[in-house]
Each structure stands twice: as C-alpha cells, then as structure tokens.
Design a protein around this ligand. Structure first.
Ligand SMILES: Nc1ncnc2c1ncn2[C@@H]1O[C@H](COP(=O)(O)OP(=O)(O)OP(=O)(O)O)[C@@H](O)[C@H]1O
Length: 737
C-alpha cells in the first residue's frame, strides 16, 4: 500500500525593497537551517520549522549578467538553489508518473513571482523546469517517447479563463470546472497545446502572459489579483505502458487583507473574491491537516466553495505530490501578514497525501468510457420500453452530458501526438493569418498609471493592418438589466458595428473610438473614428480634434489624411486611459518606463497645459468675434454682452491661475523627485552635495561667530573709549581694523 506523504513546505525571504530601505524598515525574520523566526516590535520571537527555509535577504552579488549569486561565504539562496531543491523534485516525480503540484503563496510583493517565474536573468522554477523537461527528453536513450501538452489558466473573480485563447474569444463567464467519475476534476474545453521543444513551451507561456495582461485591463485588474496556473501534462510511453502525470505550477494572488489595501468598489469585490479563494484554500488546508492528524475522524473538506480549491482538490488532498513555497517580506511593517503566511505554511505541512503512479490510465480510461457508453445505450433502451422511473429520467440528462464529454475525451485520446501537433500548427497558422497571435516585437501601447506598481502592466499590440479601439459595453461589469432603455436602444443600433480589437471602458469612450493602422512602410497611424472620439483622444496632451484643425505645418506630428504618425514614447490618452506608444525595435516597454521618459504625471500635466491653452483660445475667440459682427460699442445690448464676457473671462483667468499654481507645485515636486532620483543613482554626487551643504553650514557658522566677535569687540572698544580720560585719549589702533 502507498505510504502517506506530507506536503513539502519551504519559506523564502526576499531582500528589502527600495521603499522599505527609505522607510528605515527593520528586519523581522531570521533563519537558521530549517527554522524560521519572526520578531514582533517588542523583540519577542515566534519560531517555525519547515522542510526548507531559504534565506534570500542579503549576501548576494550581481555576477555581471544581472544574475544574483551568493557572495563567497554567504548563505544567500539563489534561483538555481531553489530549482535544485524544489523544481527538480517536481520533475523527478513527474518522470516517475506522479501528479505534482507546486504553489507559491504570500502577500503581494513578497516574491512569489520571483520564485515561480523570475525576472530577467534570474529565471524562476517555471522556465527552468520547462528547459529541464526538454533537456531530459533529448538526453534520454531508453527508447521511451514523451508527449508534453500545456494549458494556462487564470482564476479571476471566481471565473476560470483560458490564457491560450485571445480575450475576445473567451466565454464571458469563464470555463466550467467539471467532475466526472471517469475523468476526475477537469476544466471543460480548455486548450491543451502540444509542445515539442523548449522554444514552443516558452512561446506558449509568453502568449499566456500577454493574454493575461490584456485580459486584466478589461477588468481593471493587476496580475496580483488573479491566480494563475500552468498545467503541464506529461506522458511517457514505454514499450509496455503509458504513464501520465499532471504538473500544476500555481502562482497564487496576493494574500493581503482587503481592509489593509484600502480597496473600494470593484477592487473591494476583487479582493473579496481573492480572499474567498484564499480563505477557502486556508480552510481546506486546515481541514486536511486535521484529517491527517486524526485519520479516523470524519472531516468535510470544503473544496467546492471556490474554483481554486476545486481545481487543486487532487493536489491538496489526493494522489498528488505537493510542494508549497511561501514568500516572506523581511520588513517589520509587514509583520502581521508575514506571521499569517507562516501560520498558513505551518498548517500546510501537516497535510498528508497518498501519491500513486498513474500507469496505463489511457487504456483504462478508454475502457471505462466505452463501458459508460454501453450503459447509456441500455438506459435509453429501457426508456423506450417504458420501464423508467422519474429518478432514472433525471439521471439520464446528467449521463447524457457526461457521455458527450467522455466521447469528446475519447476522440481526443485516439489522436496521436503527431496529429495533435499538426492540428495545432494549422490552428496557429490560421490565427497568425488573422493577426490574433501576438508577436512581442510589434508596436504596442503600454499603460501609464499613478501607481508605479500598476504602470506597464497592460500591453495592447498593433499587428500589421488596422486595429480598432473602442468600448464594447458587453464587457462592462454592470448587468444588462441595469442598463437604461436608452443604452439598450443605442446598443441595438450599434449591433451591426464591428467589435473593437482593443476594449477600453470609461467616460468618453465611444463604441468605435479610434484606430491604429500599422502600415506596410512600418509607420503606425492613429485616427479618431468620429468627432466626439477626436475630442476624447489626446496625443502628447493635445486632442485629435485640435490637431486636425491645425495648419499641417504647425502640427507637431506628420499628418496622413485624417490620421497622425505615432513616434516612439508618444503619450496617448483614450477617454480616461493613459498609455505610451512603444516601438520595441527602438527599446522595450520595460526600459522605456524605467527610464522615466514617459510617465503618468508628465502625460497628465501636458494634457492640463493643452486644455488650458485651448480654453484661453476659445474665450478669446468668443470675446472678440462679436465685435466684428455687431454694429458698434454704443449698442447697449452689445455693451452688456461685453461686460458679461469680461466677467466670464475674469472668472476663467482666476481658475486658470489656480490651476497654474497647482501645476507649478506638481512640476516642482517632479523636479525635486527627479533630482533626488539622479542623486540616488549617483551617490558620489549626493556626497558632494552633502559635503557642499555641510561646508556652507560650517562657513556660515564661522562667519556668524566672526560677526558676533567683531560686534563684541566694537562694544568693548566703545566702552574703553568712553571710560578713558578725555584729555589723553591715545590714537589707538582699532582692534577691528
Ligand atoms: N529572492 C529574491 N531576490 C531578489 N529580489 C527579489 C527576491 N524575491 C523578490 N524579489 C524582488 O521583490 C519584488 C517583488 O517580488 P514579486 O514581484 O515576485 O512579488 P509577488 O509576490 O509575486 O507580487 P505580486 O503578488 O504583485 O505578483 C520584485 O522587484 C522582485 O524582483
């Protein structure tokens, strides 16, 4: 009989972030071998022991390529070490035919994605594992053959989405998680992409990431608000058997409490949904731990209460080998959250699973599926013979659906891997022809946001041809029943309109708002699709309707008919959404954003500046144009009009002055921040400045002291002079001279 095996749990603490250093954050975590301690503000510690405690807080250096490696003699744990400890274990298990699951838990910004996916050269467990899978396959000379299928999903607001299909082709309410006796828990209709090389799996993950960010815009989400799961189905075919194992790599959403993030409205709902998934996960872990400690006790595990736990049911309390990596913030300001993560991890390590090798499942599955088919036929026959009760009738409907699913699964199983590859190639070719598959080197717009954490998270690509930007209200979160009749009428009217390729919601957005044409000469041309849209679309602060009125020579951008040629780093505003245009062959979006060349404040300020000058122009026009039309100043009515307008002008001037003050203050603030940033980037200069400041203070002090001394001397001198006998006043040399 298979031995029960505990969930393997590791914790990892990251370095301080810039903000935490600036806030003089205190370190509240210490680690010694497998134990981790957390200290509260009074210095009292709570200790936990895990399978692994990874110290990644300090003791590292850049190896010259951006990769962070441990300094000589330090205990810093780098990405390779984490992969060798946890990632390799997952792969070994998969190779032996076990289902495996690795999930990362922790509050936002604690380092989950760093461990799972990694950044730049510091690749995480997911990419290294994918590389390793194909390296092992290439080095295998046993005669076995291998088949790898990849799925990528996101759970957001309790809806499961397939990240391998474009946003606009997804069902609005997401995909269904189903459970059947034969197939177990599975997602109905999810893409399983066959991959035969590291490049293919890498491109698939890139595609999923792109769809993830695009998808998140539609819902105002950020990556940390959704749970992402990469599912790798790994099949080994030997001469006498077939083994299938599923590898689930799960990057959970941030675990912070909604209260702490100050979330409101839609964000609050998101937070509640994430918390629902995470708190159900917590409850399941608690119940499973209870069950493992007391196997005889009847414990109900609430898997069905959230999509996440339903999906992870097998990984948590079934036949899977499971590893959990908990990311910790080192800062004392996050003490509460980190302590709660440690408690979560502590409970998880008590769970015990009984993993089994999934040998020959395909043949078994096919046999079972055929049996089910037979049973259904018999049921139908009995229905025809009139020997059926109500319960059987009800069952029949359910069975019919199950059989349809089973038959679809059977059909899929009967296809060879080569057939699946060929089918996928054709599908990809078709999508590429329609421009649906995204190449990260095509021009794009990237979002700008007040919150630097949210900046650069959303990318919209412009493949060759025309891309339509608009507001497809069907995607709006309000239910249709709440829409006004007027809205409904206008929606009906606009039903014939094409669906925009890029959807942006918010005030000022038109159903078909703008287009960007990626022309054959490589230029991208922006056009507003109607007058109202032109007023609500800005290029570097200026509305398109204003640019269209301008003399072509004065216009800041090259005009092509009614459109404008976009230039790398141009700021664009559509309704309430701020973006920057990126030509990836000039530099990547990440580099552009990090350079500070385009940011939210700049875009907002140039918009305000343009609005001000447009208003001034309008007032000037309305003030002076009547003079030309009306007969003369003696006309009383005209005089009144003039006075009215003068008042209006004064009012506008005052408003403008106020706005100008605000703008200046903001500009000063930005200037100050830029200066600070430059100093931080160049500490030498900072030191010089400090020395200079220190020097000035000292010389000022010396000057003051000197001045005071002189004053005292003059006073003494004056006293001496007044005290000296009048007659023989000597011709003294002044002490001050
Ligand atoms: N072990 C580490 N070594 C160096 N830097 C790290 C490490 N872990 C995390 N970081 C840095 O900390 C920051 C936050 O990490 P990360 O984005 O992985 O957090 P997260 O928990 O995934 O956040 P979110 O929930 O928002 O996705 C990043 O800048 C990352 O580079």
């Amino acid at each position: 009989m298979t031995e029960a095996e505990a969930v393997v749990v590791g914790v990892r603490v990251r370095p301080f972030q810039e903000r935490e250093i600036q806030n003089n954050s205190m370190l509240c975590i210490s680690m010694s071998q497998k134990s981790t301690s957390i200290f509260d503000s009074a210095g009292k510690d709570t200790m936990f022991t895990f399978d692994e405690s990874f110290w990644s807080h300090d003791g590292y250096e850049d190896d010259g390529t951006g990769y962070l490696r441990p300094k000589r003699g330090s205990n810093y744990v780098d990405q390779k070490y984490v992969f060798n400890t946890f990632g390799k274990r997952v792969l070994d298990n998969a190779w032996n035919g076990y289902h495996c699951c690795l999930f990362a838990y922790g509050q936002t910004g604690s380092g989950k994605s760093y461990s799972m996916v990694g950044y730049g050269n510091n690749k995480g467990i997911v990419p290294i594992s994918c590389e390793e899978i194909f390296r092992r396959i290439a080095n295998d000379d046993s005669g076995n053959s291998y088949e790898v299928l990849v799925s990528a999903i996101e759970i957001y607001n309790e809806a499961v989405q397939d990240l391998l299909i474009p946003v606009e082709q997804r069902p609005r309410k997401g995909f269904e998680i189903r459970e059947s006796k034969i197939l177990g828990v599975y997602i109905d209709g999810i893409t399983k992409r066959p991959v035969e090389s590291y490049k293919a799996i890498h491109d698939t993950i890139e595609e999923a990431t792109t769809h993830r960010t695009v998808g998140s815009t539609l819902m105002n989400a950020t990556s940390s608000r959704a749970h992402t799961v990469l599912i790798i189905e790994f099949k080994t075919v030997t001469s006498c058997s077939t083994r299938v194992s599923m590898i689930n790599l799960v990057d959970l959403a941030g675990s912070e409490k909604v209260k702490q993030t100050g979330a409101e409205g839609e964000r609050m709902k998101e937070g509640a949904m994430i918390n629902k998934s995470l708190s159900t996960l917590g409850n399941c872990i608690e119940k499973l731990a209870e069950k493992s400690t007391n196997p005889k006790k009847a414990v109900l595990v609430p898997y069905r209460e959230s999509k996440l736990t339903r999906l992870l049911q097998n990984a948590l309390g079934g036949s899977s080998k499971t590893i959990m990596i908990c990311a910790l913030s080192p800062a004392s300001s996050n003490y509460e959250e980190t302590l709660s993560t440690l408690r979560y991890a502590d409970r998880a390590k008590k769970i015990k699973n009984k993993a089994v090798v999934n040998e020959n499942p395909q043949e078994k599955l096919m046999r079972e599926l055929l049996d089910e088919n037979q049973k259904l036929k018999e049921m139908i026959q009995s229905l025809g013979a009139g020997r059926v009760d109500a319960r059987t009738f009800e069952d029949l409907g359910r069975k019919q659906r199950e059989i349809a699913e089973a038959e679809a699964a059977l059909k899929d199983m009967q296809k060879t891997f080569q057939e699946k590859l060929e089918e996928d190639r054709q599908r990809q070719g078709e999508l590429r022809r329609r421009g649906t598959v995204v190449n990260p080197m095509v021009p794009m717009i990237v979002n700008l946001n007040q919150d630097p954490q949210l900046q650069g998270r959303v990318k919209h690509y412009f493949p060759a041809g025309k891309t339509l930007i608009g507001c497809n209200k069907q995607d709006e979160s309000e239910s249709e029943s709440e829409a006004s009749d007027l809205d409904r009428d206008s929606d009906e009217e606009s039903d014939d309109l094409p669906v925009p390729d890029i959807n942006m919601l918010g005030r000022g957005m038109q159903r078909l708002h703008a287009s960007v044409e990626n022309a054959s000469d490589g230029r991208c041309i922006l056009r507003a699709l109607n007058g109202e849209a032109a007023q609500a679309t800005c290029l570097n602060g200026m509305t398109l309707d204003r640019m269209l009125e301008m003399d072509a020579k004065k216009c800041p951008r090259t005009r092509v008919d009614d459109g404008f040629v976009l230039v790398h780093a141009d700021r664009l505003i559509f309704g309430p959404c701020y973006f920057v245009f990126v030509q990836p062959n000039i530099c990547s979006a990440e580099v552009l954003i990090a350079s500070g060349e385009a940011d939210f404040t700049t875009a907002q300020m140039e918009e305000m500046r343009e609005k001000r000058s447009a208003t001034e122009k309008r007032i000037r026009q309305s003030l002076y144009s009547p003079c030309m039309v009306l007969p003369g100043l003696e006309d009383a009515q005209h005089f009144e009009q003039m006075q009215e307008m003068q008042k209006e002008l004064e009012q506008v001037k005052r408003t403008l002055q106020l706005k100008e003050q605000v703008l200046r203050a903001k500009e000063d603030e930005v200037e100050e921040l830029r200066r600070e940033l430059a100093l931080l980037r160049n500490p030498g200069e900072r030191l010089d400045e400090m020395l200079y400041a220190g020097h000035s203070k000292v010389s000022l002090a010396i000057d003051n002291t000197f001045e005071e001394a002189l004053a005292q001397l003059s006073a003494v001198e004056a006293m001496l002079t007044s005290c000296a006998p009048r007659g023989d006043s000597p011709k003294k040399k002044s002490l001050t001279s």
